[in-house]
Design a protein around this ligand. Sequence first.
Ligand SMILES: N[C@@H](CCC(=O)N[C@@H](CS)C(=O)NCC(=O)O)C(=O)O
Length: 327
Amino acid sequence: MGLLIDGQWHDKWYDTKSSQGKFERESAKLRNWVTADGSAGPTGKAGFKAESGRYHLYVSLACPWAHRTLIFRQLKHLEAHIDVSIVDPDMLDQGWCFTSQRPEAGDSLYQLSFMHQLYTKNDPNYSGRVTVPVLWDKQTEQIVSNESSEIIRMFNRAFNQITGNDTDYYPEALQHEIDEINDFVYHNINNGVYKAGFATTQDAYHNAVSALFNALDKLEARLAAQRYLVKGQLTEADWRLFTTLIRFDSVYHGHFKCNIKQIEDYPNISAYVRDLYQHQGIADTVDFYHIKRHYYFSHTMINPTQVVPEGPSIDYHRFHNRKGITL
Ligand SMILES: N[C@@H](CCC(=O)N[C@@H](CS)C(=O)NCC(=O)O)C(=O)O
């Protein structure tokens, strides 16, 4: 685990000393947008027109943020138009890498060994963390974006004319409500598990874990009355929550000490997770080997033995009974 400073790789764990033991996530820095006609998006520069075969997605199968982008690639039928490289599950002194012999992992574009080499190919003097996902433009050889919440919005809309798929997971009429629930889920749950897991003081951990379980209790009540998070309609808010929930019992409960309850203990949330997991093609985007191996093996300051647990054993294909909920 580390970061680039002026294009040089430094092996360094997160600094929590200057923040009273709290984990503070750095904002993504590369924020251009692919658009249907190549005009500029809400941030960044113009010039990234949606074209079949032009873009390449770098992901980790372990990472919940990258997982969102894989889900949207699948939901929006982009597999034939955007190819993918998968990093190794182990993220050690060189950060994300492609050097293991796992058949699914490797940089199919440039055969690089390390993800930080892609960041310095984009900008030889880059400073910042080397995160996944990354959306890469093969034509101009640069990073379009390293912010998952924006990559999924691009996938949701920009390629519709190419794929003919115009299912909208961020419909105009629901945007306000989606933004609101996204904000709640991001701070308390998506990033909440990291704040608990990476906390280095009892207080910082306590605050994060309390906020996390308060938020889960609220969602449990909300999901009793409606099938999805926003007005019974499947939206990006559900997929953003899903990638954290599907990892919860396997890694966040144990490794990140989010162990007041398991997701399996919440009748509505657990059925909701199964409902989403059983959605066409989604199970194929979930890889429990990468998920467990990455967290337990890479975070040696939390798990110095690098022993990966064998459980839990949860059948996400079992019946969920959510189809009868009308709202
Ligand atoms: N804001 C980014 C966050 C991505 C992120 O933090 N990814 C993690 C993997 S789960 C990562 O690459 N961490 C490496 C690091 O922080 O050095 C996004 O949502 O795309």
